[in-house]
Design a protein around this ligand. Structure first.
Ligand code: PGA
Length: 257
């Protein structure tokens, strides 16, 4: 069994370092010494490096994005190498908000995944369909986004990735996917990964569900009968310490296969 992983994606919040640190301490205090679940904090860059420098020994940190070059004339960008040297371990790549608002293409995402791996970061690759049209049919965009994101990456490095399935229609809407559908998607994604990376490596890759996760529905996305989702990518609810700690607790008490 792989260890469950919960990622707190703070997006563009909170607005001050004081609030960011308060939130961080409230979550850490609430979680206590939880060793059953890996929890990764992804604050905005401006708070991330300070928090990571101070707390990297006790906590896993991730960035919400990184550029595809390690240094150079790229105004406004942050390189994987910079993140790595700040104590950051993970990076979310290809979040639907970046695809939608910043025009990130599959090609850009592929370059970012490669650069992140090269710098020694663990990419969390976000994929997901735009609309809920046909819940029971697997949307082709999942295969396209995943295979393009992983294009040209050698099998040995694939073991370092995480895949986050985030149906765009479920993000920030309060309309989460159904647990059954999330499990079906996890099984489908693992089959794709098996084709690309081989069964052994695919088995070690964690697949997360994201989209309107709350403390009430968190546990339902991690199937206890068959291998489905291995964790969660949490947006809005990760900004409320009490709610986020309940999510971590709910997942940590599950008996997963
Ligand atoms: P949400 O966001 O939990 O607020 O729906 C999830 C995400 O975008 O990662």
């Amino acid at each position: 069994m792989t260890k469950a992983l919960i990622v707190a994606n703070w997006k563009m919040a909170p607005s001050s370092f004081r609030e960011a640190e308060d939130l961080f301490f409230a979550v850490k205090g609430g979680m206590g010494k939880n060793r059953k679940t890996d929890v990764v904090f992804c604050p905005p860059f401006v708070w991330l490096t300070d928090l990571a420098r101070r707390h990297k020994k006790s906590t896993l940190f991730g960035a919400q994005d990184a550029f595809w070059e390690q240094s150079g004339a790229f105004t406004g960008e942050i390189s994987p190498q910079m993140l790595k040297s700040s104590g950051v371990k993970f990076v979310i790549i290809g979040h639907s908000e970046r695809r939608r608002f910043l025009g990130e293409s599959d090609e850009m995402i592929n370059k970012k995944v490669r650069a992140a791996l090269k710098a020694g970061l663990a990419p969390i690759i976000a994929i997901g369909e735009e609309s809920q049209d046909a819940e029971d049919v697997v949307p082709p965009v999942l295969r396209e986004q995943l295979s393009r994101a992983l294009h040209g990456i050698n099998a040995g490095e694939l073991g370092k990735i995480t895949v986050a399935y985030e149906p765009v229609w479920a993000i920030g809407t309060g309309r989460a996917d159904t647990p059954d559908n999330a499990t079906r998607r996890a099984i489908y994604i693992r089959k794709l990964l098996t084709k690309i990376a081989g069964a052994k490596r695919a088995d070690g890759i964690r697949i997360l569900y994201g989209g309107s996760v709350t403390s009430r529905n968190a546990a339902s996305f991690l199937s206890q009968d068959i291998r489905g989702m291995d964790g969660l990518l949490v947006g809005g609810a990760s900004l409320n310490a009490g709610e986020f700690v309940k999510i971590v607790d709910a997942v940590s008490t599950l008996r997963r296969v």
